[in-house]
Design a protein. Structure first.
Length: 337
């Protein structure tokens, strides 16, 4: 079993000093004699003493911990964002506290309240799919805790944001599909309340418009999971006006479309082209491999933590907001011509 961490009181008891003397000695206070400081430091090292970070936070009313909210840890994009945050936070001397909302507004609210209780010095967050009220985030700002939103941003609160260029990514993907012969492309979208859904939808619509290809409401489906795609795609492929292309909101959905095409005997990409959005492990493990839009998640994470630390360490309170857009690029593989 692991031994319990020793405390300042334990050190004082062992060496015959008061807790306040031990505390000051560990901070190298010159009021404590050099011999006493050296003895206390030596004992602390030998017994693996670690300062109580929580107690320190309570005394100073400030921590060195940044709260991070991730909708889904299993999603490749979010894991890449988290990797970028962790790497840059460690370099800057900050700890991170990660929590998963699991795409639940209620869970997201609980996480924010727990961050408030933990006295985090800042928060980096991406909204859950069903989040449409933002009072919990306003609570953070009201307590002088800065926020940076990434990917799924909140437009109702004036704070920093980091997004990928969803519009340009969607436009380039759909344009490529049109240029390689597709004329009846369906868009599988995410929840309409999310900015990423709006921007990718607009990119899809404008690409179709540029090439004078008509779009009606039946060509845009609310479908953003592999399971949903497998459920709805076969019927669409068996209609007389079947689609010859699919642009999906993410790679999981695109992989479901590919699976559905195989179920009904459609050849990809000879008869149907498919493009996703993310470029994670799924895109390279399907057969054929997915054409997709690369999001550069690690760069998103690095940009988010950079913005937040600048805000935290701004002593004047005059730092201007600095939103950032991370460029995307189309990765052409085997599901398009």
């Amino acid at each position: 079993m692991n031994k319990p961490q020793i405390t300042i009181k334990d050190i004082g008891r062992a060496l015959g000093f008061s807790p306040s003397t031990v505390s000051r000695a560990l901070k190298d206070n010159p009021d404590i004699s050099l011999d006493t400081r050296e003895a206390i430091h030596k004992y602390a090292r030998e017994h693996n003493y670690k300062p109580n970070a929580l107690a320190l936070n309570l005394r100073t009313n400030r921590s060195n911990t940044i709260g991070v909210i991730v909708p889904q840890l299993v999603h490749h994009f979010f894991s890449c964002v988290l990797s970028g945050i962790e790497k840059s936070a460690a370099k800057a001397g900050y700890n991170i506290l990660v929590a998963q909302s699991n795409e639940s507004y209620e869970q997201e609210v609980k996480i924010v309240h727990s961050f408030l209780a933990a006295r985090v010095c800042g928060v980096i967050a991406s909204l859950a799919k069903d989040t449409s009220q933002y009072d919990h985030y306003q609570d953070l700002l009201d307590n002088n805790i800065p926020i940076v939103f990434y990917d799924r941003i909140c437009t109702g609160i004036n704070t920093e944001r980091v997004v990928v260029d969803d519009y340009a990514g969607a436009f380039s993907a759909v344009e490529y599909m049109i240029q390689t012969g597709c004329r009846h492309i369906l868009f599988y979208s995410g929840p309409p309340n999310l900015e990423i859904s709006k921007n990718r939808r607009n990119g899809y619509l404008d690409a179709m418009k540029r090439y004078k290809i008509p779009v009606n409401d039946t060509m845009i489906k609310l479908c953003d999971t592999r399971e949903q795609a497998i459920a709805i795609t076969p019927d669409l492929l068996e209609k007389h006006d079947r689609p010859d292309g699919f642009f999906a909101i993410n790679d999981e959905t695109a992989s479901g479309i590919l699976y559905a095409c195989k179920l009904v005997g459609m050849k990809v990409p000879d008869e149907v082209s498919i493009c996703g959005f993310t470029d994670g492990a799924i895109a390279q493990s399907t057969d054929p491999k997915l054409t997709t839009v690369e999001q550069h998640g690690q760069e998103v994470g690095e940009s988010a933590i950079d913005l937040l630390i600048n805000k935290i360490e701004d002593k004047t309170g005059e730092l201007k907001s600095g939103n950032r857009i991370v460029k995307t690029n189309l990765v052409v593989r085997g599901t398009t011509k």
